[in-house]
Design a protein around this ligand. Structure first.
Ligand code: SAM
Length: 193
């Protein structure tokens, strides 16, 4: 958990929903295969600790913070370099918005891949170019409004990011039980061109 004077960030507001979403995709697309998982925002690995007890997966953990047992790196840089292609699942459970990760990863894909993301309007991260471009924002708009729109318009932004690179994608969105958090959990199955 990370705190500052204004608010408290909780790593897993609704862990059961995050796990149920991932189980749905594991069962639907990865059953009986040897699945390679890239956890881009590992934190304390609560999600995949639980899933690895049930599913036999290869697992690489990244986090930009120094955390024992985790490779310390900005996972956006890792994906931008094309390393995402070695994986069947790319998990982006940030505090904020997953679009930049998705955008860097999808450009390199060479096989069907599953993405997970957390879409969170309460994130304290600055909106990224991917969000403002996909929303068609060209003038100065307060960050909070961009984040709100980037949460509400998940489908539109995802489409703008995916369309140039994929022939097919299907997203499942789960609203957290804690609706006041305005957070969505998303799973996206992507088939590249
Ligand atoms: C919500 S927590 C992750 C919880 C975790 N998935 C779990 O199962 O317990 C978000 C984590 O993402 C990390 N993070 C956010 N942006 C990142 C980035 N660009 N690269 C690497 N780690 C990042 C943060 O440091 C934080 O530890």
């Amino acid at each position: 958990m990370k705190t500052n004077s204004r608010s408290v960030q909780v790593d897993n507001g609704d862990l059961e929903s995050k796990i149920a979403l991932r189980e749905h995709f594991l069962e639907k697309y990865h059953k009986g295969t040897h699945t390679k998982v890239l956890d881009c925002c590992a934190g304390q690995q609560q999600i995949w600790k639980r899933l690895r007890a049930k599913y036999d997966v290869d697992y690489l953990v990244l986090d930009k913070k120094e955390i024992p047992g985790t490779l310390k790196i900005d996972s956006i840089v890792y994906l931008e370099a094309g390393h995402g292609i070695a994986f069947d699942i790319i998990d982006v459970d940030t505090y904020g918005l997953p679009y930049r990760h998705f955008s860097k990863a999808v450009q390199h894909l060479n096989k069907p891949t599953t993405f997970f993301g957390t879409v969170n309007a309460n994130g304290m991260t600055k909106p990224q170019a991917e969000e403002t471009a996909a929303l068609g924002i060209t003038c100065k708009v307060p960050d909070v409004l961009i984040r709100e729109a980037a949460t509400d318009l998940f489908g539109e932004i995802l489409g703008a990011i995916m369309h140039p690179h994929v022939i097919e994608y299907a997203a499942l969105i789960v609203a957290t039980r804690h609706t006041s958090m305005r957070t969505k959990y998303v799973g996206v199955r992507v088939v590249p061109r």
